[in-house]
Ligand binder design. Structure first.
Ligand code: CA
Length: 232
């Protein structure tokens, strides 16, 4: 997971920048260096880096400003590096949005460990935000609510919008009996033109698509005199 991950070092002291670069490259990272605040910020905004190592005292634009401006545009880990412990306390107190602070002189292996830890943390954060498709699956019928697709025994069935909404509404409330009026208002909305006969027509169409035998439906059951329910 480290191979090819890109790091930008914004640091005006060449010896420190090179030291950081060497250690990070040994760990498999792709490392770039910028020696000024303004060029560093421009590059960080333009290219896709996985993490930024940002020195505090920089020519043209200091680390505070770079961090602040970068934070407004990009959600990537920023590790701030400073020669002065006091500065670290100060920036932490000001809440510039840096993810971590390292004081010089630092042990390169500790720096690498911190970089790895932050990348792993951001990866977890990203993964937890990836939306998983919401799927209802009952006896060979699979409704993908996110993709709005329906499959019966792995074969896709094509549904109109309202047919899909109606099937999904019933299947999302299994074993609940709904009257036609309730279904009509839930799917079409009270303000819609039309009447509850629409519900009957749509149920019939849905059954033709998913039921093996429409006379003996195994998914949408008719409750005589009341309405319908989705059987599980
Ligand atoms: Ca510096």
């Amino acid at each position: 997971m480290i191979e090819g991950r890109k790091i930008l070092i914004i640091e005006d002291e060449t010896s420190i920048a090179e030291l950081e670069k060497d250690y990070l490259e040994l760990s498999g990272f792709q490392v770039s260096i910028e020696e000024r605040g303004d060029t560093g910020l421009a590059r960080a905004l333009k290219e896709d880096f996985d993490i930024i190592l940002l020195d505090l005292m920089l020519p043209d634009l200091d680390g505070f400003e770079v961090c602040k401006r970068l934070r407004q545009k990009k959600d990537i880990p920023i590790l701030m590096i400073s020669a002065k412990k006091d500065d670290i306390d100060k920036i932490r107190g000001l809440g510039f949005g840096a993810d971590d602070y390292v004081t010089k002189p630092f042990s390169p292996s500790e720096l690498v460990a911190r970089v790895k830890a932050h990348l792993a943390f951001y990866d977890r954060l990203l993964n937890s935000n990836v939306r998983k498709n919401e799927i209802i699956e009952i006896r060979g019928l699979r409704i993908d609510k996110t993709a709005r697709r329906v499959f019966l025994n792995e074969e896709e069935k094509i549904f109109t919008t309202k047919e899909f909404d109606l099937l999904t509404y019933l299947a999302s409330n299994p074993n609940v009996v709904f009257t036609k009026e309730e279904l009509f208002s839930a799917i079409w909305g009270m303000e819609s033109l039309g009447d509850i006969a629409t519900v009957t027509v749509h149920i019939k169409k849905i059954r033709e698509k998913i039921e093996h035998n429409t006379a003996k439906p195994q998914y949408i059951e008719t409750i005589w005199g009341v309405g319908y329910r989705f059987k599980v």
